[in-house]
Design a protein around this ligand. Structure first.
Ligand code: SF4
Length: 297
């Protein structure tokens, strides 16, 4: 069975009411972004933890991230375009039985198109940097730090040293690069990693970079004491808002362009849906998808 949070209502008769919804014990950059973009979507995905159908773009991103991780496991001199093509083959083999790939139900033409799009991303990667020169010290680095009663956590795609021996955080992006106005917003997640580096390793990175493999653009920024402090303040503010929403049950829908990609639109009150039906219907739809895809092991 899918792990779905308990949705039962708790008595609020006491002076200090118990939360109507279980309060998550940790926050990651994507959860912060999910809550600030749309509290209702946050309720579905992070509080109720309802399953979502896999998407081609997200799965393609995971496969390419894995191919790059495998490339960086090789000695520097071996990190050639042919090697990346081979690690992409290996990543695709690993994903062949993964529910996120199987669930896409691609036919032969769909699989060929999926591979072609992955090839384009890794070709672009080689136009952006020379991996033989990268002094990586960590790949897919999991970090967590306690801030009060809250755990902040994240996974850094790549941690490396620059020529001066300073830390650099690199995050690969396989979606479209943001326009200027959204650039700072997209950097908020990487500032979050910078905060984690300082909390866990005791050292603030000299630089954080977002590599957009779709168009070859790299966005870089230098974290400062102020930016790290801002992440701390902002995360605490979001956390308080999450606690408030879980206590009152008031998760408001916030319509935006993101609604076009939202897996929960049919249960969203902003679209005439009933959110209370999501728990049973989303799980039933997920189990039907798994049954249709057949055994994956
Ligand atoms: S459809 Fe839009 S408003 Fe509704 S939950 Fe999804 S993102 Fe939020």
């Amino acid at each position: 069975m899918t792990d779905v949070a308990d949705t039962s209502t708790v008595s609020t008769g006491a002076e200090d009411p118990l939360p109507l919804w279980p309060i998550p014990s940790s926050l990651s950059p994507s959860r912060v972004s999910s809550f600030t973009s749309c509290p209702m979507q946050f309720r579905f995905s992070s509080v109720q933890r309802l399953p979502e159908p896999p998407g081609v773009a997200a799965t393609r991103g995971s496969v390419v991230h894995r191919a790059l991780e495998l490339l960086f496991e090789l000695p520097n001199d071996d990190r050639t375009p042919d090697a990346l093509s081979a690690t992409l083959d290996r990543a695709l083999e690993e994903y062949a039985t993964d529910p996120d790939y199987v669930g896409l139900q691609l036919d032969d033409a769909g699989e060929a198109s999926f591979r072609k799009d992955c090839d384009k991303l890794i070709e672009k990667y080689f136009q952006m940097e020379d991996p033989t020169r990268i002094r990586d010290i960590g790949l897919e680095v999991r970090m967590a730090a306690e801030v009060g009663s809250l755990e902040l956590r994240g996974i850094i795609d790549r941690l490396e040293l620059d020529e001066q021996g300073e830390l650099v955080v690199t995050d690969y992006k396989t979606g479209r690069a943001p326009s200027g106005r959204y650039e700072q917003k997209s950097l908020a997640g990487v500032h979050f990693y910078s905060f984690l580096c300082e909390a866990v390793l005791g050292k603030r990175p000299a630089k954080i970079r977002l590599m957009y493999l779709s168009n070859g653009e790299t966005i870089e920024t230098v974290p400062s004491q102020q930016s790290v402090r801002f992440i701390n303040t902002r995360t605490n503010a979001v956390w308080k808002a999450v606690e408030r929403a879980c206590t009152t049950g008031d998760f408001r829908p916030n319509q935006s362009k993101l609604c076009d990609w939202c897996s929960f639109q049919q249960w969203c009150p902003a679209f005439g849906g009933n959110p209370d039906l999501a728990a049973t219907e989303a799980v039933a739809a997920h189990e039907a998808r798994l049954a249709a895809a057949g055994p994956t092991q």
